[in-house]
Design a protein. Sequence first.
Lengths: 350, 262
Amino acid sequence: MIEVQDLTVRYGTFALRDVSFVLRAGERLAVLGPSGAGKTLLLETVMGARRPDRGRVLIDGREMTRVPPEARRIAYIPQDLALFPHLTVLENLRFGLRGHAARRASAGAIEEVVSMLGLEPLLARRDVATLSGGERQRLALGRALVVRPRVLFLDEPFASLDAATRTDLQRSLRAIVTRLGTTVFLVTHAFDEAFLLADGILLMMQGRIVQRGPAAAVFRGPRTVDAARFLNIRNILRLERIPAETAAALVRGRPPQAPPAHVAIRPEDVEIRTDRDGPGGADGGPGLVARVVDLFPAGSRVTVIVELADGGRIEASMPSASVASAGITGGAPIRVHLPAASMIALAEGA
Amino acid sequence: MRPGAALHATWLIAGLGLALALVLAMLASQVAFAGTAAPLAALAEPDVRAAIRLSLVCATIAAGLAMVVAIPSAFVLARWRFRGRVLIDALLDVPIILSPVAIGMTLLLVFRSGPGQWIESHVLRFVFEVPGIILAQFIIALALQIRVLKAAFESIDPRLELVARYLGCGPWGVLRRVTLPLARPGLIAAFVLGWGRAIGDYGATVTIAGTVRGKTDTIPTAIVLNWTSIRIEAAVALVMVLTVIALLVLLTVRLIAGGRRA
């Protein structure tokens, strides 16, 4: 278990401020945030590569601030994997077994990891430089897991892979760490990776944790405008620009001193209706008058950009077949419905 | 080919040809002057053999000892960030720029000082002695070795060392299992270049150790000694030995560099 208490770290003009969280044994936590949010700085400080200016890091209840890296029994996979180029594949895999972990690793540790990661065909290879991106990734993972770390730290380890290999490896990593019960601390800016690999998410902006919660909850309910933008929720509107009855439904039940300043709605939750569809809509109202400005194909769906009567723009994402059957084309007059149940109330800023 | 391109190619080839011709002319002149029989016969002379032996021994000891100091110095300069690093870096480069005679003279001044005289009297005699040759060559080799090793350490990704520490290696383990093996081509190149520089030194060696025939004459000092004594064949024989050594050193460094690229 990792406990981080009131961590403050300065790095040039940037600073992490008052970061606190708990990562329980066996949990997988992803620190998610845009580039420059301080994710890697947090990871390096928690794992002990940097000294904090203030605050404490405890691993399994033990103060770790002054403990040297080799005595921490944690493993780290950086973005570039850092495989040892002067060693063979097998020597890379066994590297950690000559250190502290040798006393703890069972005789079958290597065989188990090799089998789980499908590394058998690689063991005869001498030069790690000849491995493909996916093979290098599996070897780095194997090297880290062989020592049975208390926590596995990952710094955007899949960033350099193609989409198909990345997905395969993310899934096998998830299966392996679940099977081994490994505690994982992952840093990434890719929210699909965070949602796939992690149980919980720390959303980080400008050196601060702005939201923490289960992956699905953070994804469905960002609390601030910046968080919603980072999660790629394209439609962020000031509250006064949405239909009054929808706004009233959103404000209802919230404390009076904290009314939301903005609302967000995902493009797939926006409903577009034409005259062919007749009256009615998911929000129960007449909808907002608008016209189609542009259409962008996106696989089996189409992103429809519409312009409201007041000049504001909204994105909707619709199945390609629906777009064709409804006769939605550039310049077509339409009505936009924003269901209150799909709206996310947002506070200002980060 | 366009006229501009032809002129460009001619300039490149002419430059290379001239440089090569100059070096070949120097080598050919050695053989043309004395042939090969006389220098080979001179190599059998005890004085000449003693000079070669002393040069090989002193340069090897000096370059070896310099490596012991150069490795940690270069590592600190490559890895640590601290106030005054740039100044220290520049100071360590001074012997590269400074004339070897000036280095030798400075060493003489050191041994004229109080602490220097105490060392001469109670620890080891350097002035006009073999340890003086080793000390002069040590300083000359050290600066070059630090430069080569610093570049070698800087080319190693520090993340490799960090990952090794998380895999259970202490600082010595990281040095032994990651840093030094990865810097191996740089280590060999630093030793060979330092050794080559040491064996070819004249100025610093002659200033601190003099040219005592059969005692402190190394190959370069013996060349001058034989030349001024009008023993031209012996001087040319030693020049040829030095030339072969230079060629071997340079080929070794290039082979290492080639292996690294591969």
